[in-house]
Design a protein around this ligand. Structure first.
Ligand SMILES: Cc1cc2nc3c(=O)[nH]c(=O)nc-3n(C[C@H](O)[C@H](O)[C@H](O)COP(=O)(O)O)c2cc1C
Length: 447
């Protein structure tokens, strides 16, 4: 294969820039699984890894969700803690992605993520809010409500911060729903039980290899406050966030950036991108993943690969990853060949298609990619369901939740089957594990 030879010439044996593995040990191929809100939990990540994916990113977790820690706070509107917890030894190298509106909250939550909550929930909230009563008032107003609407916390924690000792909570990184090391995820999915409490994870290889700051998400601006891709309209604010996070995260943990090519197609927004992009590397960010659509485009219309090609040409020393319009394995190497990016972010192209990673490994080795056989599909579908059950097993309706989750994947998984439409119809009707395995027995053969 031409591209395999070209990559070996560029980077030596393995065809991958060696800096990637120096930054995130194990990142040994020029592609990875993107953050995909609502999909890329530990189960999806482990399945991807078992098919050759060398590096994964969690979905964007809102800083306030992280700081809330899951107790006594209403859930913020993005990301679930349990989806973002590392799934054990198999789930590495892993990047934890955060997103938010205020440098102090972003810094405290990035630190909490990096340390896996080793200091206790309140300590991180103290870092974020102690010297900023206005910000705290906003948190109380918008987030400290029980599901019924009852407001919490105004006197409690604020009083502590006004001179009283801040008590360490032992909830650590974990929310109520997940209190065991997901190290046991894989073991659990094979029927073994877990014993390791998550809060001891600081001593286990369960933390994140890198922390990724999301300045790309197109979800609407909230109450006039920027977050995600909306920071592209406010480069000074974006830089403050980048600086605060880099400063807070221990120096040995690399920080990285996810960004879009601009907010819209005006010259002002193009210039904003340049400012933020340059600042990130100046501040010490290891790489930027650039989604070559604008924020306004959301996920529609083409990702502008010419933009990536120009960016890489203008910044030959910087590590740059590309994102957008990667639907199959040929797109991975098409993007690398055309733009020169150091790695490709695989997003919608890997939902229900972990084989894209195997195929990419095959092509990297100079071989032709092979389609998944029916037994291979069965094995992935079975493992994915079991791993998903392990992720949701702490919930009262874990099996139901897993079935719901797997229905989302089914639409994409089923296209690999010769009787795709029939399989899809059966999979989206699944409500229990028994039904899922029943579909597998009917269409994928007995194991
Ligand atoms: C359902 C969905 C959820 C996403 N969630 C995230 C996320 O949490 N973090 C992130 O960096 N990007 C997220 N993205 C963006 C993707 O990582 C990627 O940049 C984008 O889909 C473009 O790639 P594609 O055209 O190849 O899918 C999401 C995209 C989709 C479709």
């Amino acid at each position: 294969m031409k591209i395999a030879g070209e990559l070996s010439r560029r980077h030596g044996a393995g065809g991958t820039d060696p800096r990637l593995a120096r930054i995130a040990p194990g990142f040994d191929a020029p592609f990875f699984q993107a953050g995909l809100a609502g999909y890329s939990d530990a189960a999806m990540r482990i399945i991807a890894r078992r098919h050759g994916c060398p590096f994964c990113i969690t979905e964007a977790l809102l800083d306030r969700t992280l700081l809330a820690g899951g107790r006594g706070f209403t859930k913020a509107d993005l990301g679930e803690l349990h989806d973002n917890i590392p799934g054990g030894i198999e789930d590495h190298p892993l990047s934890g992605q955060i997103m938010g509106s205020h440098p102090k909250e972003m810094a405290a939550s990035a630190l909490k993520m990096a340390e896996q909550g080793a200091r206790g929930d309140k300590a991180y909230r103290t870092l974020a809010y102690k010297d900023d009563p206005e910000l705290w008032a906003d948190v109380v107003e918008t987030h400290l409500r029980l599901p019924g609407g009852e407001q919490l916390g105004r006197s409690g924690e604020v009083a502590e911060w006004q001179g009283d000792r801040v008590e360490e909570s032992d909830s650590a990184w974990s929310c109520d729903a997940v209190d065991e090391a997901p190290d046991a995820l894989a073991a659990d999915s094979r029927g073994a039980s877990s014993t390791l409490p998550l809060r001891h994870s600081a001593t286990l290889p369960l933390s994140f290899e890198t922390i990724d700051v999301n300045l790309a998400c197109p979800v609407k601006k909230i109450k006039n406050k920027s977050r995600g891709g909306h920071w592209l309209t406010d480069p000074a604010g974006a830089m403050e966030i980048l600086e605060a996070v880099r400063e807070a995260v221990p120096a040995h943990i690399p920080c990285t950036l996810k960004i879009r090519r601009a907010f819209d197609d005006t010259p002002e927004m193009a210039s904003n991108f340049e400012k933020i992009f340059d600042a990130a590397y100046r501040i010490g960010y290891a790489w930027a993943t650039v989604h070559a659509r604008t924020v306004e485009q959301k996920y529609i219309g083409p990702s502008r690969w010419t933009f990536l090609r120009d960016l890489v040409a203008r910044h030959p020393d910087k590590i740059i990853f590309g994102s957008g319009d990667v639907w199959d394995v040929n797109d991975i190497f098409g993007m690398i060949g055309y733009t020169g990016v150091h790695a490709v972010s695989v997003a919608r192209g890997c939902i229900g298609n972990p084989w894209i990673f195997r195929q990419a490994r095959q092509m990297l080795a100079g071989n032709l990619p092979t389609a998944p056989t029916i037994p291979e599909q069965r094995s992935a579908l079975e493992d994915h369901f079991k791993l998903s059950l392990a992720v949701t097993r702490r919930f009262r309706k874990g099996e139901e939740q897993t079935s719901k989750m797997m229905r989302k994947f089914a639409i994409r998984f089923s296209v690999h089957h010769p009787r795709a439409e029939e399989v899809r119809q059966r999979m989206i009707a699944v409500r229990t594990a028994a039904e899922w395995f029943g579909v597998l027995d009917t269409y994928y053969g007995d194991k």
